[in-house]
Design a protein around this ligand. Structure first.
Ligand code: HEC
Ligand code: HEC
Length: 476
């Protein structure tokens, strides 16, 4: 039984291993992936495994690798880089083969300093990696630096320098991002604790400023836009022109890799936590079970039930591969069904009415004057996971930080100041925060609210201006 489980894991794990030492291991601080607090709330055996059976830490590192040896796990919807190809003729079945006929879907560029590494993805030779000494493009023949022992067959698929984006992405990330966002994307870089708001912890897989509807993940373009524009009003800088166009794309893939790693870990933990957290252990022992009974139980769970769940983590409707892929489809993008309503005094008046209305009640959080001081900001919230009250009043986000509703009188919009950006913020909400999605509002009404919100910085302060008619402050 166990042997079979191990084999299932092996087939699941088709991955290219990428040595990512150069230029990044030297960054000096925590060059290892850390586990989340949630993993640490599990009993040791669930974290580290029992006997031969891997626990959360190993299940994650088997698939994602370590910062020094990253895994390009093929199940992930990440563009790892590399040129795909296949064996174009089966080699003669001699004892050892030093020449191999291959065809590639892209150009093979041989740079002196970088070895050309071919990994077998399918067939008997997989997952062997061989090095090409010389590549003859005319003949489609690769001379290898060493003979192959297990022979591939015609049609077996290979990848040349697989994971090259992953490697470059990691190097760029370590240089430009990790001092805030942390090696693991856990927002615990050395500078992070001084920042408010804190850098994003990617491991929830949640990004705030997206062009996608409320249920969808961030699209690649959303993360890219944040890198291009930065997040105004926060320490998140813009990386244009520091990063070139293709470098931006590669960093986006690395951020997605870290986000997926974090989510994969969270899903594992959520399977284990109900019965194998430290708290669960205490409860089970209080009701008469012994520690070794619980651990035996865990053993069975790791060997069987958990393996079945892992299969489902990636594929299927809610699988991570599915949801991250779907976020890039046109269906996921917010498309207003009405053109922007012209910014007139009448439109701003309707917008303000909606803003203050009982049904919509933006003022409940943002305040009547838009200063971000509505009644909701004075209540004490309960953490939905631990069911305890937060020590400080105000709204909290999924990262457990106090999350002040935006002061709309300043005219600084983190997700961008174009009307369509504000439309998206209102239609889909701000993910991971208490700014809700108003997806049932008519799009025309959202435009009225956008017009009003954009006029708030120009409104006279209540009591100071001559006008109680709030929308008259700007001309269209
Ligand atoms: C000086 C610190 C700092 C550096 C350096 C930095 N960031 Fe950020 N980043 C932040 C902060 C702070 C936020 C959170 C803004 C917020 O919550 O509104 C953030 C947010 C983000 C987000 C989340 C946007 C969203 O929609 O939720 C992404 C993605 C991101 N950063 C990527 C990067 C990448 C990639 C790099 C390196 C190329 C980088 N950051 C460098 C501080 C930094
Ligand atoms: C339950 C509380 C709540 C309600 C209700 C609410 N908001 Fe927010 N809003 C927030 C919070 C919290 C943030 C800050 C989120 C962040 O970026 O971390 C925010 C941010 C915003 C932003 C800033 C966007 C940006 O790019 O910086 C705008 C604009 C906004 N809200 C408009 C509205 C409007 C308009 C309504 C009513 C249709 C509304 N909000 C209702 C809590 C709320």
């Amino acid at each position: 039984m166990l042997v079979q489980t191990q084999r299932q894991i092996a087939t699941l794990l088709t991955a290219v291993v990428v040595t990512a030492m150069s230029g990044c291991g030297q960054s000096g601080f925590d060059s290892h992936f850390v586990s989340s607090d949630k993993t640490e709330s599990l009993i040791k055996e669930a974290q580290n495994g029992v006997g031969d059976l891997p626990g959360v830490n190993e299940l994650v590192s088997d698939r994602f690798g370590t910062p020094q040896q990253l895994n390009a796990w093929m199940k992930l919807p990440v563009d790892f880089g590399g040129v795909s190809g296949s064996v174009s003729a089966a080699p003669e079945a001699s004892i050892a083969v030093e020449e191999l006929s291959l065809k590639f879907d892209g150009e093979v560029i041989q740079v002196d300093s970088e070895p050309l590494l071919v990994q077998f993805v399918t067939g008997a030779a997989a997952p062997a990696v061989v090095e090409i000494k010389r590549w003859s493009a005319e003949k489609g023949v690769a001379s290898l630096t060493a003979a192959m022992e297990t022979l591939p067959a015609e049609g077996d698929t290979v990848i040349l320098n697989g994971g090259s984006h992953l490697k470059t992405g990691r190097q760029l990330y370590m240089r430009h991002c990790s001092h805030c966002h942390g090696t693991s994307g856990d927002a615990a870089g050395p500078t992070a604790e001084y920042l408010n708001p804190r850098p994003r912890d990617y491991r929830h897989g949640v990004f705030k400023f997206t062009s996608t509807n409320a249920q969808s993940k961030a699209a690649r373009d959303d993360i890219r836009r944040v890198l291009q524009n930065g997040v105004p009003g926060t320490y998140m800088p813009s990386f244009v022109p520091m990063l070139k166009d293709n470098e931006l794309d590669i960093v986006v893939e690395y951020v997605r890799f870290l986000a997926l790693r974090g989510e994969f870990e969270r899903r594992l933990v959520s399977e284990l936590a109900p019965d194998y957290s430290k708290d669960a252990m205490a409860n089970r022992m209080a009701s008469g079970e012994t520690r070794s009974e619980v651990v035996n139980d865990l053993k069975e769970f790791l060997a069987e039930d958990l393996q079945d769940s892992i299969e489902g983590f990636m594929d299927g409707t809610n699988g991570l591969a599915t949801v991250w892929t779907n976020a890039n489809l046109p269906e996921a993008t917010i498309t207003p069904d009405a053109a922007r309503v012209p910014n007139s005094a009448e439109s701003r008046r309707i917008g303000r009415e909606l803003y203050l209305s009982k049904a919509i009640n933006c003022a409940d959080c943002h305040g009547i004057g838009g200063k971000g001081n509505g009644p909701q900001t004075t209540i004490f919230e309960k953490n939905v996971v631990t069911e305890t009250l937060y020590p400080e009043p105000g709204l909290h986000d999924v990262w457990d930080n106090v999350n002040q509703p935006r002061n709309l009188t300043l005219g600084i919009y983190r997700g961008g100041r174009r009307p369509i950006d504000l439309f998206c913020r209102i239609q889909a909400g701000i993910k991971g925060t208490r700014m809700p999605s108003f997806k049932n509002l008519k799009h025309e009404d959202i435009w009225h609210i956008v017009n009003y919100v954009l006029s708030i910085p120009f409104e006279p302060e209540p009591g100071k201006g001559p006008t109680p008619a709030p929308a008259a402050a700007t001309t269209p």
